[in-house]
Ligand binder design. Sequence first.
Ligand code: SF4
Length: 134
Amino acid sequence: MAGCTTGDDGGDTDGDDTEDGDGDVGDTGGDDEELPEGVSAEEFETGPVPEQYRTATSQGDETRDPDALVSKADAQFQEAEEAVEEGLAQEGNSCGNCADFIPDQNGDGFGACSEVEGYVDEADWCALWEEFEA
Ligand code: SF4
């Protein structure tokens, strides 16, 4: 009976932050994000994105034209956190609150953009960021 502490039954698990457990190996070097299943690194960067995004309308009502997109490199596309660290982005600005963002529509965790090619995560950012006013 000795040694009972209050309020902690030890039943919770934590640290469970993986979804599928089959970590991708063989990604191209650097700071890759985890790719959606079946999507190559090249497709992730330059598209094509899945059908439902190709001519979709962004959350700020911009229509995506797959023939008039900017490359991620030209748009200085990167993770929002890194962009803030580099002094490029303001804290709090990311694709998730950009007018050009097309949110995830197929449950893979990635959306797209009406201006920039390839797959886009809401935690990314690029130099074309535009405030989204809901
Ligand atoms: S920040 Fe750039 S990549 Fe992200 S949604 Fe806006 S325009 Fe697209």
